[in-house]
Write a protein that binds this ligand. Structure first.
Ligand SMILES: [Zn+2]
Length: 87
């Protein structure tokens, strides 16, 4: 349990208090609970990084695959052309 300063009267009160015992202002705790916790945010960020990296990785992998196939096909074609010229 920590002490915080009341937003209204600036007196030290418990951070668990629903209202200030000094000036009686009530704090909307429900609103805070709805907010996404730091942990959840970090997990969401890590997950999105993994998804993005996975997407980039498969994109690069696909490009390398198609590029290699193109080079191989060109090589085969060049060999065939050379063979036809020799005949
Ligand atoms: Zn107060």
């Amino acid at each position: 349990m920590a002490l915080i300063n009341c937003t209204e009267c600036n007196k030290e009160i418990s951070d668990k208090a629903d209202s200030c015992p000094n000036c009686g202002i009530s704090f909307n705790r429900k609103e805070n609970k709805v907010k996404i916790s730091k942990k959840t945010k970090i997990i969401a960020i890590i997950l999105s990084i993994i998804i993005i990296l996975g997407g980039i990785g498969s994109f690069i992998g696909y490009n390398i695959y198609t590029e290699n196939r193109r080079i191989a096909e060109e090589h085969l074609r060049a060999e065939e052309e050379q063979r036809l010229e020799e005949e």
